[in-house]
Structure formats: structure tokens, C-alpha cells
Design a protein around this ligand. Structure first.
Ligand SMILES: C[S@@+](CC[C@H](N)C(=O)[O-])C[C@H]1O[C@@H](n2cnc3c(N)ncnc32)[C@H](O)[C@@H]1O
Length: 249
């Protein structure tokens, strides 16, 4: 994967969270994106039946771009002479990289081109704070257009302050199809304020959720020097993986 990386911002900053805003302006990738990407590589089946995949709070887009590359590979049967043909059993796929920050969105466009996934990948403006958490018909983009619900949502370290937990849960509820699933990794609340509210907010909107400590269940995902190159990684930092499902009605 090749990525341009830009600074990113916290939404709706207040004087109380000024220190978080400074932290989140670090122009590098976050540890949860690396962990979720590593997990996806070993669990590619979660993408194989999805025809719409959405990354929320995408930042530089590592997870969504990886999903696009994996999907592209899964759906191309490479023949011996090197040409590719489409696997007819698979539905056409779309991967949407979303964020609320316009600079981040412009950078995501560049990263889509850099990774040659323009055919199945696009960007969309999506602000968690514009999603009511009550719809069965999809999410609203930042231009006010309704967008169809998706099969799979991917998110890494998208909760940056306590109120984000509520609106991120709303977003996941609105954006998932009934029966759809979200895979989310976040650093714990000691390092990302608000993550401790996330389970409660998911339950409030009617999402089913299981969670586990990445360090306990997937220790290999947090090993290696690469983790130290991510923003704000601290040895012993606990990351949580959330497995979320929107029940069928
Ligand atoms: C800590 S960064 C994580 C970025 C990326 N997922 C990663 O792990 O490297 C948080 C991301 O969430 C986005 N974000 C913050 N508030 C948001 C909101 N209200 N709606 C949508 N995205 C938001 C930021 O622009 C930023 O890209």
C-alpha cells in the first residue's frame, strides 16, 4: 500500500478538548488502522460477500484502501497468461472512503489513484453529527444526499471525544443494512476520550455488539516496530476490537 498522509482534525472542538485537538493533528497514521488492516488480511472472508463497504473517519484510508485492494484481488481470477477475468458469482463491489474533513477527503482521492482502485473505490463526505441513528434507508452525505446502506463498515480510531461515541453509533446504525456488520478498532479510553461510551451508545440505537481486547485475543496484531511509527502509540496501549451487527428487522 502507498499512502499520502495529512493532518487530521477532531470534530466540533471545544475549549475543553483543546489538548485532544492538538493530539489529533499529528500528521501520521493511527495504531488502530494498522491493527484493523492486519486483522482484515487474516479474515478476508468478511469482505467476500459484501457489495458495498464503507470506511468511516477514514483519515488517510489505510483500512478502506486495503479492503478495496483485497476485494479487487478476490474478484479477479488471474489466468495463467496473466490476464484477469471477473468471478461471476460475486456482486459488483463499491468501497467508499468517508471522512468529514475536506482536506482529508482530497488526500483520500489521491490515495485511491495511487493504489489504482479508482474502478471500485470513491470518497464521500460523511459527518457523524449529521446522522440521526434511526433510519433503515441509509446515511446522509455532507451535501445532504441520501446514500444507500452498506453491507460492511470499517472504522479505526474514529472516536476522538466523548460525544463522538454517540454520533459514531448513530452513523453505524444508519449506514448498515439490516444484517450488516461493522468491524471497529479503537485505542482505549485512557488514550481516546469517549471510547468507553461506545458500547452503551451502540446498544442504545439497537446494534448488537461484542468486543475483545486486541492484546489478549490477537497479540500478534500489535507486535512489530511498525506500531511505533503510528500516531500516539505507547507500549502496552490497550486496543479494543468491536464486532457489531445491525439485527434484521
Ligand atoms: C484519529 S483519526 C483516525 C484516522 C484513521 N481512521 C486512522 O486510524 O489512521 C480520526 C478521523 O476521524 C475523522 N473524524 C473526526 N470527527 C468526525 C466526524 N464527526 N465525522 C466524520 N469523521 C470524523 C477525522 O477527520 C479523522 O480522519
Amino acid at each position: 500500500m502507498r499512502l499520502f498522509i495529512v493532518a487530521r482534525t477532531v470534530s466540533h472542538p471545544t475549549p475543553q478538548n483543546a489538548s485532544i485537538v492538538r493530539l489529533l493533528l499529528s500528521p501520521v497514521m493511527w495504531p488502530s488502522a494498522v491493527v484493523l488492516s492486519r486483522w482484515l488480511i487474516s479474515n478476508s472472508s468478511v469482505l467476500s460477500k459484501a457489495n458495498r463497504i464503507l470506511e468511516i473517519g477514514a483519515g488517510c484510508g489505510l483500512v478502506g484502501l486495503l479492503a478495496a485492494r483485497m476485494t479487487k484481488k478476490q474478484r479477479a481470477l488471474t489466468t495463467l497468461d496473466g490476464s484477469a477475468s471477473t468471478n461471476d458469482d460475486s456482486p459488483p463491489c463499491e468501497v467508499i472512503l468517508s471522512d468529514f474533513n475536506h482536506t482529508v477527503l482530497e488526500n483520500l482521492e489521491r490515495n485511491i489513484a495511487l493504489n489504482e482502485v479508482e474502478n471500485l473505490c470513491r470518497t464521500a463526505g460523511l459527518d457523524f453529527y449529521q446522522q440521526p441513528g434511526t433510519t433503515q434507508i441509509g446515511w446522509k452525505d455532507m451535501e445532504g444526499h441520501s446514500q444507500s446502506p452498506v453491507d460492511v463498515i470499517l472504522a479505526a480510531d474514529m472516536i476522538c471525544q466523548p460525544s463522538d461515541a454517540l454520533y459514531a453509533a448513530n452513523t453505524i446504525y444508519d449506514a448498515l443494512k439490516p444484517g450488516g456488520r461493522a468491524y471497529v478498532v479503537c485505542a482505549d479510553a485512557a488514550h481516546r476520550f469517549g471510547v468507553d461510551h461506545f458500547e452503551r451508545e451502540c446498544s442504545r440505537v439497537g446494534l448488537q455488539l461484542k468486543s475483545c481486547s486486541v492484546g489478549d485475543h490477537y497479540p500478534s496484531l500489535v507486535q512489530g516496530d511498525d506500531m511505533h511509527k503510528t500516531a500516539g502509540f505507547i507500549d502496552g496501549m490497550n486496543l479494543t476490537m468491536f464486532f457489531i451487527e445491525k439485527p434484521n428487522q
